[in-house]
Design a protein around this ligand. Sequence first.
Ligand code: COA
Ligand code: ZN
Length: 324
Amino acid sequence: MKTGHDVAIIEVGPRDGLQNVAAFVETAQKVSLIRRLAASGLKEIQAGAFVSPRAIPQFRDMKEVVAGIIALPKVRFSALVPNLQGAREAVKSGIEKLIFFFSLSESHNLNNVRQTKEASLKGLEVIQKNLAAEAPVELCVALATVFGCPFEGYMTTDQILKDIEKIANMGIKEITLCDTVGFGNPRQVEEVTVACLKDFPEITFAVHFHNTRGLGLANALRAYDVGIRRFDAAVGGLGGCPFAPGASGNIATEDLVFMFNEMGIPTGIDMDSLLNVSSYLKEILPGVILSSAVYQAGLPKTQTSGPECGTPNGNPPFPAHQEW
Ligand code: COA
Ligand code: ZN
């Protein structure tokens, strides 16, 4: 089933998930994880981050990881980059979509990338100017702590819109609004996303929710209801920023896919394959608890789990007739 209301789920487990895992995951295992994610139908995957290996040792093998996946067809691979050095390395490895990240809150930015917001914005400009001349890559922005900061608390919608305006003025066409530490609630998500969609119709907005306080899926659904169609999620519900105290997992890809599938909103992702990826994750990270509710509970016995929604008795999922 194809409708104009399909959603894009962006898998961030290999990046947001692994950056918070203490043990180094071997290159071959990272490659295998990403290949399995792609095989489950995910069309866009964050392969990792081209950051200082001193800041995040997990990504010291990015070049080798990308070499092992980049030839996979039908998948768009992106990577996080904090500066021109990372952007150049990413492009050299074959990554086509760069995600420059910085935080709405000054203190989280200083903690995370060790520079002011102003310096980050300059850095973004430098990447854009240099890379536009060097390679045909897409440059997007992930804006952290939009829905709250562990050091500064909540941001006002005005503050959020002002920063987005600065990014939009640089010609960036896609921005991910990140709830880095799970402060967001559905009402706030509605207010912020509605304002963003209204004020910046030329920008594609994605959302990135952490389920730190259990509101991840509620936030995602509210964002969907007001018109957002791009959602970050991490297999197993792994995730968290090592430079934000109290950060915990992203919304689990399994749970988000399950919610949309059950609502009759196609995701193109095969649940059985995805749950096999969760099992593989458990195998390579034996000490790590996977918070995905669907992984823990399994699928309802009466449901099929393929990319097309439906039940074994031929009945559509509830309520398939409704236009979302
Ligand atoms: N990739 C690899 N190495 C990098 C790099 C990059 N993108 N950027 C900087 N470095 C290296 C420099 O070459 C330098 O190495 P050297 O000491 O051997 O000469 C070293 O890191 C310090 O460089 P500097 O520019 O002074 O950076 P910094 O120490 O102020 O750190 C960041 C700034 C942004 C590079 C670093 O804090 C970082 O990578 N943070 C990642 C944060 C993150 O990923 N958070 C989770 C995502 S939300
Ligand atoms: Zn995150």
